[in-house]
Design a protein around this ligand. Structure first.
Ligand code: SF4
Ligand code: SF4
Length: 292
């Protein structure tokens, strides 16, 4: 089984619409790993099959029957998460200090649900997405759980490929999305920060020894910067598998809940060509990644 991560240094590059388009050609399991703000489901309109609770952080819990109301825990908590011998769940950082100071062992650390992983059917095939609760952390771990679920489903249905829609930017969830994949597809726009964004993504890819290709979206909004991106990629041996002109149709398609390939015939042709080149890259890799 092969795995492809599609990532961009910043949001709004058209990445999700591209992932949905590739899905229409690929026969893959899709995984939306942008667990802080997933949006692939807006296009895929999934029929949810399973909602799996994700237990992330630990939170303190006071057993009021055992508590002797000495106040030691409240004084020890530097997050002010204990008031009147009760833990305020949203404030608890799970540091584990209060159980240590309790003289009667009235406090236990318990895992709490901080997000969910959903599995679903879509018109393009099986789909997995993670959603972290508002303000929750540890999104990298939730990405790993979502990816493991995608591998499990791909094995069950016999899908040869997983396409991962990685979060924008760089950080734990992006690293967790790219690690142990066969190919990183970087989607960039010709903005001043583009080269810097690519450098950061390439550092992650290099760390995991993941091959990389690039797509330049809206290449015609600044052809000077596009040239700089092309030079940057050439110098590093990164193939640009597609250059897509600016088109309002990306937004129009998104609003209608369609991929760009479903919405516009000429862009569909372009996306198909890009996908075929990506497929060649993935098939050229001998390795198989049945794990995360
Ligand atoms: S676990 Fe840490 S943050 Fe949570 S209530 Fe106890 S001392 Fe405060
Ligand atoms: S330290 Fe233990 S006994 Fe004291 S107030 Fe906190 S929970 Fe109650």
């Amino acid at each position: 089984m092969k795995q492809i991560a599609v990532a961009s240094g910043k949001g709004g590059t058209g990445k999700t619409s591209m992932v949905a388009s590739f899905a229409g050609f690929a026969g893959a399991v899709l995984a939306d790993c942008d667990v802080d703000a997933p949006n692939l489901h807006l296009i895929l309109k999934p029929e949810v099959v399973e909602k799996i609770p994700y237990r992330g952080m630990e939170v303190a819990e006071i057993d009021s029957d055992t508590c002797i109301e000495c106040g030691a825990c409240e004084r020890a908590c530097r997050f002010n998460a204990i008031e009147n011998f009760r833990v305020i769940g949203e404030k608890c950082e799970g540091c584990g200090v209060c159980p240590l100071v309790c003289p009667v062992d009235a406090i236990e650390m318990k895992k709490r649900v901080t997000g969910h992983v959903y599995t679903a059917h879509t018109r393009f095939g099986e789909f997995v997405y993670g959603l972290l609760g508002a303000g929750e952390e540890a999104s990298g771990k939730l990405v790993t759980v979502a990816r493991k679920k995608a591998v499990e489903i791909a094995e069950r249905v016999g899908a040869p490929l997983i396409i991962i829609d990685a979060p924008a930017g760089i950080g734990c969830p992006v690293i967790a999305s790219i690690g142990n994949t066969d190919l990183l597809v970087m989607v960039v726009e010709p903005t001043m920060a583009a080269v810097h964004d690519m450098e950061r993504l390439l550092e992650v890819a290099a760390h995991f020894k993941v091959n990389t290709v690039a797509i330049i979206n809206k290449y015609d909004i600044n052809e000077d910067v596009t040239k700089r991106i092309e030079d940057f990629c050439t110098a590093r041996g990164i193939e640009i598998v597609g250059k897509i002109p600016f088109s309002k149709k990306f937004t129009e398609a998104m609003v209608r809940g369609m991929s760009i390939a479903e919405y516009d015939a000429s862009l569909a042709e372009m996306m198909k060509n890009i996908w075929e080149r990506i497929e060649e890259y993935v098939n050229a890799s001998d390795e198989s990644h049945n794990s995360v």
